[in-house]
Design a protein. Structure first.
Length: 221
């Protein structure tokens, strides 16, 4: 957990960005991706999901709903849309709304069972959220911000200490799904991993020891 005023983990020396074997038994060049004919929209969305800065403007409820469903929704009322590494999902999703048509500015919890938003509070929280981010992202251009949290207790009984590893794996899958979905809708999804845990949790009235924030995704047009 990262708290303002506490020392961050020391930086280590730079490592290579890619691992390449100098003398493999064989090196096979794979067919080019441009030849893919099936699922073209999937490849286009994956190729474009790079978290470009938003240019401003509103998004609508349908766009927000589709991204939330991709991030943390349910298929046929049972399985999560994203990959879940264990037998049970440990994630919850929240959204801080800035500029979403027909939605009040405020903070919401996403109820995956009913595909609904539960309003937790009103008021513009962008400045407080921006202050909690380490990279000081310009949130003014984004319409909404997703916060994916984890509940270790939901997984501890079955997985023990591995619950935390499973939560981080699942949060990565959920964030990737959200960004790809946003890209497919012509939106932009910006992945944010650096933030003060306690301050983001406070925005949502959460106890970071019981339900820590794992990843943040800013949504815009």
């Amino acid at each position: 957990m990262l708290v303002r005023g506490e020392a961050a983990a020391p930086a280590v020396g730079a490592a290579s960005r890619y691992k390449v074997y100098a003398n493999p038994q064989e090196r096979i060049r794979l067919p080019g991706l441009t030849r893919a004919r099936q699922g073209g929209q999937v490849w286009d969305a994956l190729a474009g999901a790079r978290g470009e800065p938003a240019e401003g403007g509103w998004i609508d409820q349908q766009e927000l709903g589709r991204v939330l469903w991709a991030c943390a929704g349910l298929i046929d009322g049972r399985q999560r849309t994203h990959l879940v590494p264990g037998d049970t999902s440990g994630l919850e999703a929240y959204v801080i709304v800035h500029s979403v048509r027909e939605l009040s500015v405020g903070r919401y919890h996403y109820d995956a069972r009913e595909h609904t938003l539960e309003q937790l509070g009103s008021g513009d929280a962008r400045s407080s959220l921006a202050s909690a981010l380490l990279d000081r992202a310009d949130l003014d251009a984004f319409a909404a911000t997703l916060v994916v949290t984890g509940l270790p207790a939901r997984l501890m009984a079955r997985h023990g200490a591995r619950a935390y590893r499973l939560l981080t794996l699942e949060a990565g899958a959920a964030a990737q799904a959200a960004v790809v979905a946003a890209t497919a809708l012509g939106l932009t999804g910006c992945l944010i991993a650096g933030f003060y845990d306690d301050e983001v949790a406070a925005l949502l009235d959460l106890d970071p020891a019981l339900e820590p924030a794992l990843v943040v995704v800013a949504l815009g047009r």
